[in-house]
Design a protein around this ligand. Structure first.
Ligand SMILES: [Zn+2]
Length: 462
């Protein structure tokens, strides 16, 4: 027992030495490089327009230097290596015709779902978690290529998502920085429990994440952290796409909600909750949750309460547009064949998410970007910003939801803007997003933690 713990520690210590941004081509001259080695080379970027933080003064013709995975310095005008005191062969990336800004973040995705493993598929019954990790890798790459350098996964099999997160972190596969919740905390028969299967299958599923009563919910929250959760995802109300006919109102009690948030915060985790019904939203805000996902049936009073508590709204509008925001569109759309109970809940939703965001913008509730991608296709995440502008935000406000606001909501102090010491998460767009928000989909360059993954509009495979 002692020995195995020691060995596990040694392995962790060794992996820690190979952390992102410091991966090296650790080979003798003449030896082939490790095939997955990607390095955060010192890089000089010439930016035609540099938006260090959406809302700050845009710099025209600026130079950014990235070193060791971080932003090192920012300068007016185009400076060359000699002027910067760097070796003459320092990598130069010419983005002098582009709009350069911090990498986007999406705080609500399901990266192992979607694509071939879309909801309703029988694959969940047939495939091991490793299949979903590989599916997640494909989805994560599509998301990174779309300019999203950080994603927060709020619901996936533990073994699949934590392995994928770590494989990206150690440079085994390319992908965005992942903040992962794992399976999410749910009451028995809640949105995060298993449904709609025969008893033998239901009983065979892991129930570590399911809890009833305050003590049991403290256990489930601490267990989630022990098994790898970076963030605690809670299901305070029922959900739309599960086949339970138990509604979308508050299901965890106030006492259970408090036990979860205290346990999560005491171990340094942000705590966020899926919530549809107003009762559940208000209860979570009062219990001190950091953010509310969806909040579909929040009213003005709920949104004011969120503003007062500084609780972020993560609205997930784009997947509803994709599924259909009127009954007619839903019945023609990609989810028309879902089980009848979920279909009923979906038809009731209509364009409520759009009305919700319009209300939240008017009231001034803080908003961070989330898409629930996995419902809508991975890699289309930026459409959420287009939705926010259609609902009344300025383009700069929409860009903030995906950068500084998302970093603040997720507690990521070193991401979301470009300044010395911040992570070198940098993207370039072909067009000016402040003139036309649709430019957020024209991503031609992606750097994460100082490593270039996309250049001249194509994936870099160096
Ligand atoms: Zn979700």
């Amino acid at each position: 027992m002692r020995l195995s713990k020691f060995l596990a520690f040694s392995v962790c210590a060794a992996l820690a030495l190979a952390a992102p941004g410091v991966a090296q081509r650790n080979v003798e001259p003449g030896q082939p490089a490790h095939p997955t080695a990607r390095t955060a080379l010192p890089t000089i970027i010439h930016a035609g327009h540099l938006m260090t933080e959406p809302g700050a003064q845009v710099m025209v013709n600026a130079t950014l230097v990235a070193m060791d995975g971080k932003v090192h310095s920012v300068h007016e005008g185009f400076r060359n290596a000699a002027e910067l005191g760097l070796p003459p062969d320092t990598r130069l990336v010419d983005l002098s015709s582009k709009y350069v800004l911090p990498g986007f973040m999406d705080l609500h995705v399901h990266i192992t779902s979607g694509g071939i493993a879309a909801r309703g598929s029988s694959l969940r019954m047939q495939q091991e978690d490793a299949f979903f990790a590989l599916n997640g890798y494909t989805n994560a790459l599509a998301t990174l290529m779309a300019g999203f350098t950080t994603i927060r996964d709020l619901g996936a099999p533990n073994a699949a998502i934590f392995s994928l997160r770590d494989a990206i972190k150690y440079g085994v596969v390319p992908g965005p920085n992942i903040i992962a919740a794992g399976e999410g905390i749910s009451p028995t028969n809640g949105h995060g429990d298993s449904h709609g299967l025969r008893r033998a299958f239901l009983d065979a599923e892991s129930h570590d994440n399911v809890c009833d009563g305050a003590d049991d919910c403290r256990r489930a929250t601490r267990a989630a952290i022990k098994y790898g959760a970076d963030v605690i995802k809670v299901h305070v109300t029922g959900g739309v796409l599960d086949p339970s006919d138990a509604g979308t109102e508050q299901q965890f009690t106030d006492e259970e909600l408090r036990a979860i948030v205290e346990a999560g915060h005491s171990m340094g985790r942000r705590v966020t909750t899926h919530a549809h019904g107003k009762g559940g939203i208000d209860a979570a805000v009062r219990a001190g949750y950091d953010s509310i996902e969806h909040a579909m049936w929040a009213d003005e009073e709920s949104l004011r309460l969120m503003r007062q508590h500084g609780t972020y709204l993560i609205p997930t509008v784009w997947p509803i547009t994709w599924v259909g925001d009127t009954p007619e569109k839903v019945l023609r759309g990609p989810m028309r064949d879902i089980n009848p109970v979920s279909l009923g809940k979906l038809l009731r939703l209509g364009d409520q998410p759009k009305r919700l965001v319009r209300m939240a913008i008017r009231i001034g509730t803080p908003i961070a970007l989330g898409t629930d991608s996995g419902i809508s296709p991975h890699g289309t995440n930026a459409q959420e910003m287009v939705e926010y502008v259609e609902a009344g935000m300025t383009p700069v406000e929409a860009l903030r939801t995906a950068t500084v606001n998302a970093a603040d909501a997720a507690g990521l102090q070193d991401r979301g803007k470009l300044a010395p010491g911040m992570a070198a998460d940098i993207i370039a767009l072909d067009g000016d997003p402040t003139a036309d928000i649709n430019a957020v989909s024209s991503v031609s360059f992606v750097m994460r933690d100082g490593i270039v993954f996309k250049r001249d509009g194509a994936e870099v495979k160096e």
